[in-house]
Ligand binder design. Structure first.
Ligand code: 5RP
Length: 234
């Protein structure tokens, strides 16, 4: 089973979490695209939702499929956000931002009552850090912010597209870090956010409630419980 099929399985299963009348946060990425396509089918069969998007790409896809997208400031809070992730560890910490939308994704997640991540099996890891950790920074003084990250031996690389620095929907640059295994994501997230010029990091700690993972031919729903985590195979 390839990862694309696992992504599709997880994405389509996650649509079952959506109830009539909900305000839904739409994440970003290839896995989310499968989810949006399934959601569009349900809307055609009379499911009513209000959608908020985390990126220009997601907005474009949603609108092309007939889903009306509202500005985040038009809603008070979001009932449920379904998003992808690049890595998820055993403590429900994650790396996001492979698709460059981490800042808006974090804002949307922070005003969501429930956050569901949809992933293929390769994203489930013991310790974060194999996938490059994106950090969104302001353009002003970007080389100095980069030097600071280099001084801390985080192996920074500016993300580029067509030989130009990648610019996010928030009009910032992205730097991908390779810090090695991240034993304490909460601490690293705090330290990075204290560097002047850093807007946000792709470390999402204490954010996700449910991980829906495509594993081979099946889907595993892994729920974060207050006291302990619970694994259930369906
Ligand atoms: C975008 C993200 C994506 O959700 C993440 O990169 C996963 O992408 P994909 O579903 O394409 O593997 O965080 O900023």
């Amino acid at each position: 089973m390839n990862s694309l099929k696992e992504k599709q399985l997880a994405a389509e299963k996650a649509v079952d979490f959506i109830e009539d009348g909900m305000i839904i946060g739409l994440g970003t990425g290839s896995t989310v695209s499968f989810m949006i396509k399934k959601l569009a089918e349900r809307i055609k069969s009379r499911l009513r939702i209000t959608a908020v998007s985390t990126s220009t790409n997601t907005t474009k896809l949603a609108i092309s499929l007939g889903i009306k997208v509202f500005n985040i400031d038009e809603v008070k809070e979001i009932d449920l956000t379904i998003d992808g992730a690049d890595e998820v560890d055993e403590n429900f910490n994650g790396i996001k931002g492979g698709g460059g939308a981490l800042l808006f994704e974090k804002i949307v997640a922070s005003v969501s009552k429930k956050n569901v991540w949809i992933v293929d099996s390769s994203k489930l890891v013991k310790t974060l850090g194999k996938f490059p950790l994106p950090v969104e920074i302001v353009q002003y003084g970007a080389e100095h912010t980069f030097s600071e990250l280099k001084k801390r031996e985080l192996n920074p690389i500016f993300r580029t597209t067509n030989n130009k620095k990648f610019v996010t929907d928030g009009n910032h640059y992205l730097i991908d870090l390779n810090p090695g295994p991240i034993e304490n994501p909460v601490k690293l997230n705090r330290e990075l956010n204290e560097i002047p010029g850093v807007v946000e990091t792709g470390l999402f700690c204490n954010v996700v409630d449910v991980v829906v993972a495509g594993i081979g031919e099946s889907v595993k729903i892994i729920e974060q419980k207050k006291e302990r985590s619970n694994l259930s195979q369906i």
